[in-house]
Write a protein that binds this ligand. Sequence first.
Ligand SMILES: N[C@@H](CCC[C@H](N)C(=O)O)C(=O)O
Length: 298
Amino acid sequence: MLIRFTKMQGAGNDFVVLDETQGRLGLSAAQYRFLADRHFGVGADQILTVRPAPMAGVDFEYVIHNADGGEVEHCGNGARCFVRFVRERGLTAKDVVRVKVHGGVIELRLNADGRVTVDMGAPVFDLPRVPFDAGQAYTESAPEDASGGNAWPLWTLPLPGHAAVPVAVLSMGNPHAVLRVDDVDQAPVLGLGPLIEAHPAFPRRVNAGFLQVLDRGHVKLRVFERGVGETLACGTGACAAVVAGIRQGWLDERVDVATRGGQLTIEWAGGAGQLDAPVLMTGPATTVFQGEIDVPEP
Ligand SMILES: N[C@@H](CCC[C@H](N)C(=O)O)C(=O)O
């Protein structure tokens, strides 16, 4: 089957984008894996599929598949590429686009400087909704919050063959575990990442973020993504890491996140207790090339 695709990237997190606004391609998990394969296919961390609006109040739906072929709820860097794609293909002329993703509805704004700001919605701290099975981990003592109440705990994950690690657990529509490290360049991302991703406390697996705090407005981040491995950037991972850092009292409400593929800016006004404040993410989105590829039948 010959299909047209667009290759895009946002801060080095790369995507194959497919247009299903005129009809479904009906790809199987094996065909998504083929497209993502860097040797036999196009090569990508995720496959993004753009579809018509499935309901009132949104302009489009877009669907995300990881490189392993599994469908997932959310992709921050992909969202920015999605909006650039629908504009460049003339599918909309709007500067503000609302889109349905598996994890909810998000709103995207194209800025005059070419970057895109995404309202990612509120983070989710309710453990069953992450989902996180607290019976498979244990809590560290939580830091006291400003009012003297019990603040947000870190969870300690026992890991086979390694010392246990304390992580913050939350969802940005997709699940994240965030581990603070002293030096992200020396952090054992490839050693610990797969163990955290597949830890039994996360029944749907998890994205593992390694966060180095430089100062209250600047961090470095590497993410071992569920269903992919380490990527050059993870948008939802950046949101989760900054929210975790704000709730732990390490960060202010606007933070520049340096990833190996580029810079993202994350804003969250939830530190003062308004936990349902939306997370805003701003960053680049670039079209790399377009083409056609013959996808083997499943
Ligand atoms: N790269 C993405 C996240 C993609 C999905 C993730 N791997 C998952 O399985 O949840 C981003 O920019 O957010």
